[in-house]
Design a protein around this ligand. Structure first.
Ligand code: 0CN
Ligand code: SF4
Length: 320
């Protein structure tokens, strides 16, 4: 029996970004340097496959610092941590390595600078997400007000409308954020902020490549985890760009083949925390069911790389 034909558009850039690559390397190098167990506060990046792999190598994942014994190294995840976390690690004289993405740290520094200039901050982000918690936690309680949707702007109670600044989460939808920034600027003309927002290059590029394929596909599959903000945004961007069926899948076994019956084309992308092996697994699953032609749709090239912290590049001075 011959298989039905299928065009598979593979978006690029997709998958690992420089911050994720660095964060995973940090855990691997810490395991090499200090041996197991190395503790990691929060999933190093939001991907079960990555986390399970590192756990197999000796990483222990916890949610809070007080779950880490004082005599073992601890790594803070790529999403960033409130200031109180490294402060507490230092107080306990722990060995810690901060795997916060440099592009998240940049937003932390921005917030700090505006605060020192006496400005109150508005953060555009998702409540409860670790990056939002970490960024808001750079400043004293109450100094950062959170807005999630344009409607929140009207409800803001600010100290002084003339002395405000805004910052954003790095993994938001570029288009949705424009609307929130416009609402902020309309209500607070004096508000200062970044040129556009603080969304990172990887988030921006992955959304752009989804838009490039959305118009010509019957279905879009985004490989990523349900707690991965940037991956979930790719599903939304696909739908907003006209793709009727857009679904987040962790790996090939999550694919709802019934929903895909009769499709002639599919788009595949992956969030910044999803490893390429899972992309290949999904492509292979399509090849098993369809006579698949793969076409790469590349809308940008990425050459960003971040160094790991110096402590991991130096030889071990003394064992712990
Ligand atoms: O999926 P991630 O671990 O995180 P979010 O998209 O949920 O923020 O991807 C890495 C991004 C960062 C920081
Ligand atoms: Fe850094 Fe962006 Fe990757 Fe997050 S998605 S780790 S901010 S490069």
């Amino acid at each position: 029996m011959s298989l039905p034909p299928l065009m598979l558009y593979l978006a690029a850039p997709r998958g690992f970004c420089a911050g994720v690559d660095r964060a995973i390397k940090i855990v691997e190098m810490a395991l090499q340097k200090w041996g197991a167990p190395v503790y990691v506060r929060h999933e190093i990046v939001h991907n079960k496959f990555v986390v399970d792999n590192l756990r197999d190598k000796g990483a222990v994942f916890v949610e809070e610092l007080d779950e880490v014994p004082g005599d073992r190294p601890v790594i803070f995840s790529a999403h960033g941590v409130p200031k109180a976390v490294p402060a507490e690690a230092a107080r306990r004289e722990m060995v810690y390595v901060d795997a916060t993405c440099p592009l998240v740290s940049k937003v932390h520094i921005e917030a700090e600078r505006h605060h020192q200039d006496g400005l109150q901050m508005v953060m555009i982000g998702h409540a409860g997400h670790p990056e939002t918690i970490g960024t808001m936690g750079q400043l004293p309680e109450g100094e950062v007000l959170l807005v999630e949707v344009p409607e929140d702007v009207a409800m803001l109670e600010v100290r002084d409308p003339e002395r405000l600044a805004f910052i954003t989460q790095t993994t938001l939808s570029v288009d949705d954020t424009v609307a929130i920034v416009e609402a902020l600027r309309a209500r607070f003309p004096a508000i200062v902020g970044p040129h556009k927002e603080d969304i990172c290059y990887a988030t921006t590029n992955r959304q752009m490549s989804v838009k490039a394929i959305a118009g010509r596909i019957d279905a879009l599959l985004v490989i990523g985890a349900p707690n991965s903000s940037n991956s979930k945004r790719l599903v939304e961007v696909g739908k907003a760009a006209g793709c009727a069926y857009a679904q987040l899948v962790q790996r090939a076994t999550d694919i709802d083949w019934r929903a895909l019956e009769g499709i002639r084309s599919v788009g595949i992308t992956a969030g910044a925390s999803a490893p390429e092996v899972l992309v290949n697994e999904v492509i292979d699953a399509f090849r098993a069911r369809f006579d698949t032609t793969v076409e790469l749709v590349e809308t940008a090239q990425e050459r960003v790389e971040f160094k790991v912290p110096r402590v991991l590049r130096e030889p071990l001075q003394h064992s712990i």
